[in-house]
Structures are given as structure tokens and as C-alpha cells.
Design a protein around this ligand. Structure first.
Ligand code: PA5
Length: 441
């Protein structure tokens, strides 16, 4: 089970920049409990994903796993979760295993061209993921691949697996019209809360990760995160701690710093859920992705002596599943020989704690999440824990943590310029803006 150490948020540890226990009395935890229990937002359905039956996902995972290549088309919540599962649990997968996985989550033409030049479509399965079924970026690349399949007389129903809304949307219609294989994203589960649905689990199964193990992890942490007692509930404590740090101590930035290369993509997944869920009505917390030890040599200086606006969330790993001893070479060089006899695992763990202590001594707050092992079970816990924590933080701010109204305007302007019906006024606005004089040198 993951464990979370909150001591470095507290005055006992970091002095006056920390919180005192009474600060947590300000949190109206009854209101939060009620919101979760009564499913104040339909999107709280993500809370139930750990109970899902994975048999169809497993069946299609096995099917997809039989191909030489697996292309995933999706963006935002439809790509960051699957990528983070793969990078965490199957690092370097593509170097030695099939299917080789390509996650295309942009509309950069050079990337898609590169991917297509590396694969033989005949030996490729394409998992197109879009909950809404209409995201321009995903649909554009899907249209290109659809056409390429046609040009090669390949059957879409053999090469495409669609992950989308169970009933609505353009993609569901395409599934029905063409008899495509498909998996549902439950209606009440929003993109960035969907990693433990077919969105993340199909890829997991295709590359040999047991999705049930991930859901078991989620289930086990779920019960702890539903505890109505604030001080016994890790998600409530995480959300409240960061919320209070912002409200009382002006700590607006949440740094996430896993000490594991494998969790680098997990940082990116966290940044999306944290940013898109909380940044509303002038409120929110800014996520900041990082990885230890690497960013000790890049960012740590700023956190130690720069503006006092951050809380550093360390993810420390107890068992890396591998270790390497540093051999007794360069023994006559005092500046290097001290390393001999130690292991890399020892060094990375010591460095994590050393950064924690150094920040603490400076009165800079932090939280440490201790992960026994990076495996499917604990990754499932991490995802579910951070999803609940994010939703709860949003509830504390009194904002809706499940929508993203701020991204609409850019989409509408794009629709206008790309000629979508009904968006003509947006096109005019766009063109007018282009003609305006710019302060350009
Ligand atoms: O979290 C969200 O809802 C978004 O980031 C979506 O995942 C993203 O916009 C992609 O949406 P869709 O799955 O509908 O293509």
C-alpha cells in the first residue's frame, strides 16, 4: 500500500511557513463527504471504475497484442494515462517486444509521417480513443489512417479498435456503421479521470499488463480514501494540505517529483489532471513536472532559494526491482572512491531524502508519497489516489473539477478557420486578429 507523509507541511518540521493541526479544522469535510457520497457531479463515476468487469478489455487486449504494431490515437486524457502505464510498467518496451507501441497525441505532421514510415499497416492495430468522438486532433489523424487502410485494401474492422462513449458521438456512429471493434468509456467518466477504464487498460493488456491488478490496487486505496475522517483519509489530507498551503501560505505551485525515470510520464499525467481540473474562476494550483535525481541539477536551486510559492510532492520508491553495485574502481581518488560498495538504488534513495531534508531545513514544504514498488497494483493505487485527491481539491475550491470551459474558445476559433458549419463568425474574428498590427520585431 502506498503511504503518505505529511509531516513536512507542518510547523513542527518546517517552522512558521508550515501549517498547524488546527488549520485543518477549517476544512468543511462534511460537505466533501456528502458531495462524494451523493455523487454531486455525474463525473464522479470514476470512483466506481475499480469494480468494472475487464473481460472484454482482456479479449481485445489479446487481439491487439497479436499485431506487430499498436498505434494509439488520442489526446489529453485519452493519451496521457495509457502512456504513463506503458512507461511506468514496460519501460523500453519497443526495443524488445511486440506490439511496438506508438502514441500519437498531437497533429504534428512530421510525427505521423515518421510513425507511418516505420510500420506496415497490414501488421498494425489502431486504437482510436476519443470520449466525445469529435476531438479534431484525434479525428484528423484517424481520417488519414482510415484512408490509408482503404488505399491498401485493408479492412477497418480488422485493424481498428475504437474507445469512445458507449452511445453517443460521431465515432460511435462510425463503429455502428462499419461494424468496428469497440470499447466504451463509461458515460460519467471524463477524459482525465479515465485511465483506469478501457482508455488505459486496453493498451495495458496488449503489452502484457494485468488490468485487474491495477483495479485491485485502486480498490484497496479507494476504501482508505472514502474514510469520512479527514485525518485518516490520505486523499482528503493531500487535497486539504495543498489547499491550505495555497490559501494560508500562498503556495500556488505543486511540484511533482518522482524519483524514478519510469514515473516521468506519470508526472505529465498528474499535471494534466491537476491543471485542467483546478484552473478555473481565477483559482487553482499550478502543476510543475519534474523527476529526481535529474532535476536536482536543474530545478532544485529555484525551489530552495527562489520564490516561496511551491510545495514539492516527492514520490519515493522503496523497491526499484533492480539494483547495481558501484564497483571498487578509482580507489586512489578520495573524491570518487566513497561511492564504491554502495548501490545505485541506495544512492537514489539517499538523494531523495537529502533533497527532502534540505528543503525542510529551508522551511520549504513538501509531501512524500512512499511507493513500495512500481508495479500494476501500486500504479493503480497512484492513479486512483490522485484522481480522488484532485476531485476533492476542486470541491474545496468550490469549482467544478470535471469541465474545461477555458479550452472552448480556441477550439471554436479553429473550427471557424477549418470551415466547420456554424462557426463563420469565429473565422471573421480570427482573420481580423491576424490583420491587426503586431508588436513584432
Ligand atoms: O480531460 C479531458 O476531458 C480532456 O483532456 C480530454 O481527455 C481531451 O480533450 C480529449 O477528449 P476526447 O477523449 O473527447 O477526445
Amino acid at each position: 500500500m502506498i503511504r503518505i507523509d505529511f509531516s513536512n507541511l507542518m510547523q513542527n518540521s518546517i517552522g512558521k511557513s508550515g501549517l498547524v493541526s488546527e488549520d485543518f479544522d477549517r476544512i468543511d469535510i462534511e460537505r466533501i463527504n456528502e458531495s462524494l457520497m451523493q455523487r454531486k457531479y455525474p463525473e464522479l463515476e470514476f470512483l466506481d471504475l475499480h469494480k468494472a468487469d475487464t473481460s472484454r478489455i482482456k479479449e481485445l487486449g489479446k487481439y491487439a497484442g497479436g499485431f506487430e504494431n499498436f498505434i494509439l490515437l488520442g489526446i489529453g486524457g485519452s493519451a496521457l494515462g495509457p502512456r504513463s502505464i506503458m512507461d511506468s510498467l514496460r519501460p523500453f518496451h519497443n526495443f524488445k517486444n511486440k506490439p511496438r507501441v506508438f502514441i500519437y497525441d498531437n497533429v504534428d505532421p512530421a510525427t505521423l509521417k515518421n510513425i507511418l514510415s516505420l510500420i506496415d499497416l497490414k501488421k498494425t492495430v489502431i486504437n482510436v480513443i476519443t470520449k466525445s468522438g469529435s476531438t479534431a486532433e484525434t479525428i484528423a489523424s484517424f481520417m488519414i489512417i482510415w484512408q490509408k487502410l482503404k488505399e491498401q485494401s485493408l479492412k477497418a474492422e480488422e485493424h481498428i479498435i475504437v474507445t469512445t462513449d458507449p452511445e453517443k458521438g460521431n465515432l460511435r456512429k462510425i463503429v455502428d456503421d462499419h461494424g468496428l471493434r469497440s470499447l466504451p468509456v463509461p458515460q460519467g467518466v471524463g477524459g482525465r479521470y479515465s485511465v483506469l477504464s478501457a482508455v488505459g487498460l486496453l493498451l495495458a493488456e496488449a503489452i502484457g499488463i494485468d488490468s485487474d491488478e491495477m483495479l485491485k490496487g485502486a480498490k484497496d486505496i479507494h476504501d482508505r480514501c472514502m474514510n469520512p475522517d479527514l485525518r485518516q483519509n490520505p486523499a482528503y489530507m493531500f487535497a486539504s494540505g495543498l489547499y491550505l498551503m495555497q490559501q494560508l501560505k500562498n503556495r500556488n505551485i505543486t511540484v511533482i517529483m518522482p524519483y524514478a525515470d519510469r514515473l516521468k510520464s506519470f508526472s505529465e499525467w498528474f499535471c494534466q489532471i491537476w491543471a485542467e481540473s483546478l484552473g478555473k474562476d481565477g483559482k487553482g494550483l499550478t502543476p510543475y513536472p519534474s523527476v529526481g535525481t535529474t532535476d536536482q541539477h536543474s530545478q532544485l536551486q529555484l525551489w530552495m532559494e527562489g520564490p516561496e510559492d511551491k510545495v514539492v510532492v516527492f514520490l519515493s520508491v522503496e523497491d526499484y526491482g533492480a539494483d547495481m553495485e558501484i564497483p571498487p574502481v578509482f580507489q586512489n581518488m578520495e573524491g570518487l572512491s566513497y561511492l564504491s560498495g554502495h548501490t545505485l538504488g541506495e544512492l537514489i534513495k539517499i538523494e531523495q531524502e537529502a533533497s527532502e531534508i534540505a528543503l525542510t531545513k529551508k522551511g520549504r514544504p513538501g509531501i512524500t508519497i512512499k511507493i513500495p514498488k512500481i508495479d500494476a497494483y501500486h500504479l493503480g493505487q497512484l492513479f486512483h489516489f490522485f484522481e480522488i485527491s484532485t476531485a476533492v481539491t476542486g470541491l474545496l475550491y468550490g469549482i467544478n473539477p470535471f469541465n474545461q470551459p477555458g479550452v472552448e474558445e480556441g477550439k471554436n476559433l479553429t473550427y471557424g478557420m477549418m470551415g466547420k458549419k456554424g462557426y463563420e463568425a469565429k473565422r471573421e474574428e480570427f482573420e481580423k486578429y491576424r490583420q491587426q498590427k503586431k508588436f513584432e520585431i
